[in-house]
Design a protein around this ligand. Structure first.
Ligand code: SMG
Ligand code: MG
Length: 369
């Protein structure tokens, strides 16, 4: 395809309840959307970067800059753009994977809509619905946490993930385990809040019989994760550290991670995500699909990815109403703890441009060749 224009929309999505992690508290999702128009049609992509560089070094203002001034010009200059050609096309820009992933999603959506193919079919999905988990933020009290968890259990979620940080770990985990019973799937996510000297403390989570502990240490500190994995029974799962297939293979071969969280936005797109999936399957490493509070646009694509064969654990692919009273597309609804994989062309969902306009945080930025 020949890319004709890219419009960047910045939308403020009110959250149904605040979401708190070890690095901060969000009450709204400041989301960047990419609308791409080409000679064969149009496509939408969603950027997972946050409004500040706290989960990752990338953030929304930076993504707008790098897309407008560095990545979009590469797309306009190319005579023929396809999703498969983007890795090579984008090599002049180092890093900025979340910005690249947002463009890749829009290119893929346009390309697949034009050919009448769904994301699921294109990526290699083997399921028509996926098991869903839910990520539960740090709460104001253990009683409030137990109420929130009970609500998700009642809604049918097949796995609970608790956000933890120093001072909010052993006791909340013990109480939730007591509440949901010994067989319910439970895991924790520290978002890099601990350091190597906390290894004995994290070992005290072992009696909770968790599915995994996600990213306790700094994203660049693979060695401490190797030490942790050797010291505790709970499987260690990397999230922030896994930015490429090369890092994934390195972390697996060094014993830092025995399960991998795959987030397309963090690794530069759906094609790199599939490459990591394939590398994990080859090495017998289970994967699951992470979440970044996506609107229906990113959620549709994540659900398609989560239908690949190596995604054997429930992902953070919750229903729309986990975060949003109204979604930017038709809502994703949990049925028996699962979401249906969209099967229409492209992402298979329709963007509600009235809401994109109504919730705009800034004037759209139109970039053209
Ligand atoms: O989409 O349900 C979701 C979010 C799941 O916990 C979640 N994501 O580290 O895995 C993670 C966090 C990062 C999001 S904070 C912006
Ligand atoms: Mg995580």
């Amino acid at each position: 395809m020949k890319v004709e224009s890219i419009t960047l929309h910045r939308v403020g999505m009110p959250l149904v309840r605040p979401f708190e992690t070890s690095f901060g508290r969000e009450t709204a999702r400041d989301v960047l959307l990419v609308h791409l128009v080409s000679d064969t049609g149009e496509g939408w992509g969603e950027c997972v970067a946050g409004s500040s560089p706290s989960y990752s070094s990338e953030y929304v203002d930076g993504c707008v800059q790098v897309i407008e001034h560095h990545l979009a010009p590469l797309l306009f200059r190319a005579a023929d753009v396809s999703a498969g050609s983007l890795a090579a096309l984008f090599t002049p820009v180092v890093g900025h994977r979340m910005a690249k992933a947002a463009l890749e999603a829009a290119v893929l959506d346009a390309e697949l809509r034009a050919s009448g193919t769904s994301f699921a079919r294109y990526l290699g999905a083997v399921r028509t619905e996926v098991d869903c988990g839910v990520s539960v933020g740090i709460s104001t009290s253990i009683d409030d946490l137990l109420d929130e968890v009970q609500g998700y259990v009642d809604a049918g979620y097949r796995r609970i993930k608790l956000k933890i940080k120093p001072g909010w770990d052993l006791e909340p985990v013990r109480r939730v385990r007591e509440r949901i019973g010994p067989d319910a799937a439970l895991q924790v996510d520290a978002n890099t809040a601990y350091s190597r000297r906390d290894i004995p403390h994290l070992g005290e989570l072992d009696p909770a019989n968790l599915l995994l502990i996600e990213q306790p240490f700094d994203e660049e500190d693979i060695a401490s994760h190797v030490a942790l994995a050797a010291a505790i029974e709970t499987p260690v799962c990397l999230d922030e550290s896994i930015v490429s297939v090369g890092v994934a293979i390195d972390a697996i071969e060094r014993g830092a991670t025995s399960i991998v969280n795959i987030k397309p936005g963090r690794v530069g797109g759906y094609l790199p995500a599939v490459a990591i999936h394939d590398a994990c399957v080859e090495r017998g490493i289970p994967v699951w699909c992470g979440g970044m509070l996506e609107t229906g646009i990113g959620r549709a694509m994540n659900v398609a990815l989560a239908a690949l064969p190596g995604f054997t654990l429930p992902g953070d692919t919750s229903a729309s109403d986990r975060y949003y009273a109204e979604d930017l597309t038709e809502p994703f609804v949990l049925v028996d703890g699962r979401l249906r994989v969209p099967d229409g062309p492209g992402s298979g969902v329709t963007v509600r441009t009235d809401l994109v306009r109504a919730w705009a945080l800034a004037a759209p930025v139109l970039v053209r060749s």
